[in-house]
Design a binder for this molecule. Structure first.
Ligand code: TXA
Ligand code: MG
Length: 346
């Protein structure tokens, strides 16, 4: 049985879920990025339950969430000065830092790696839940593996009812895309997954920071195991398109409608389209980021069979993360132009 807990101001409603988490249960909870599916990171059986509930491949490691830097000792073997700087600058917030793991963390959390990703989320409900449970919390995104991540409690209820003990409803996630994953175990800090903290922000604190080569070149094997899987995919076909190709998109919509297909457009411009479903995702990249997964899930609910998503027109900030998720969700299908130049600018 899955129990849903609504949280408004009174955080004491979290007590039973926190107790369950500490005792080895599974609790889905909101963070500022996406909802997480949490289990005690110190409990091997509980962690195994996450992989079963999500249908997640065993070789994809989990991020460990903490509410206080005092918990770091339980998670990592040491904190180098550069990582300390990052924590001071970006925690609590959407940055996951990869460091050498401590002995306490079972290798089922890290999928056999000697490193671990650690993050302190900024969502007050996430912080309160972790603090009340008293344990570091391993949590992947709270979606069935391969589906778009969850940014509303309704998404989690859809995917995980009957598979977890509690779902904590704390409203919509503000960032809407997952955290930046930054590997601090090599010579130069490397972004393994672009996310809520941008390359420019990291460079301002650390100096040299690079993107992992596989982010730009699909022939490279990604260092972050999770990046190699099909991800965020809606049920229908998804194509990406630059808003300036509105005319060509109009032709495609007419073609697919003529074939009797239900069509959808995710829009971030003023273009008008003749589609069965048009979802406005906002005019800024930030708005688009927080709307994307909800829009993809809504298209599934509506029954869209062929979808087109307009690409964001700004650059920097959250845009590389947004492009990364859109490219994965679409399987790299792009209308009219090959995106190489924009991907190379990542
Ligand atoms: O925003 C987020 O990060 C959300 C919320 C819940 O905090 N969590 C999340 O977890 O996105 P998940 O499991 O969906 O993605 C974790 C990513 C995967 O790509 C995984 O391969 C990578 O982080 N990762 C975790 N530990 C790693 C490690 N030790 N080395 C390399 N990559 C790692
Ligand atoms: Mg995920």
């Amino acid at each position: 049985m899955t129990k849903v807990i609504q949280v408004e101001r009174d955080l004491s409603v979290l007590d039973e879920a926190a107790k369950c988490l500490a005792g080895g249960g599974l609790v889905a909870f909101p963070t500022e990025t996406v909802y997480g599916l949490g289990a005690s990171a110190l409990n091997e059986a509980a962690v195994a339950g996450i992989f079963v509930a999500k249908g997640r491949p065993q070789d994809n490691p989990l991020i460990v969430h903490i509410s206080d830097k005092k918990m770091l000792d339980q998670v990592v073997s040491s904190v180098p000065p550069a990582a300390e700087k990052l924590m001071d600058a970006f925690w609590p917030g959407p940055l996951t830092i990869i460091l050498e793991k401590s002995e306490n963390i079972p290798i089922s959390v890290t999928a056999g790696l000697q490193t671990v990703g650690v993050r302190m989320p900024s969502h007050p409900v996430a912080l309160a839940l972790i603090e009340k449970s008293g344990v570091p919390v391993a949590a992947p995104s709270a979606n069935l593996s391969g589906c778009p991540s969850t940014t509303r409690a309704s998404h989690v209820i859809h995917d995980l009812t009957g598979r977890v003990d509690y779902i904590v409803d704390g409203g919509a996630c503000s960032v809407g895309l997952e955290s930046t994953v930054l590997d601090m175990t090599g010579e130069v800090p490397q972004i393994l997954r672009p996310g809520g903290v941008s390359l420019e922000e990291l460079q301002a604190v650390l100096g040299e920071v690079t993107y992992e080569p596989a982010l730009k070149d699909s022939r490279e094997v990604p260092k972050s195991p999770g990046m190699k899987y099909r991800h965020y995919a809606p049920k229908g076909e998804l194509y990406l398109v630059e808003p300036r190709y509105a005319e060509s998109l109009a032709e495609k919509l007419a073609f697919f409608s003529g074939q009797g297909k239900k069509t959808g457009v995710l829009r971030c411009s003023d273009n008008q389209y003749e589609a069965d479903f048009v979802i406005d995702c906002g005019k800024t990249a930030e708005a688009y980021a927080s709307a994307l997964f909800d829009a993809l899930r809504s298209m599934d609910d509506l029954g869209a069979e062929v979808m087109f998503a307009e690409l964001p027109q700004d650059e920097g900030g959250i845009v590389p993360a947004l492009m990364n998720r859109m490219l994965k969700a679409s399987g790299g299908q792009v209308l009219e132009e090959n995106l190489t130049t924009r991907i190379e600018r990542l």
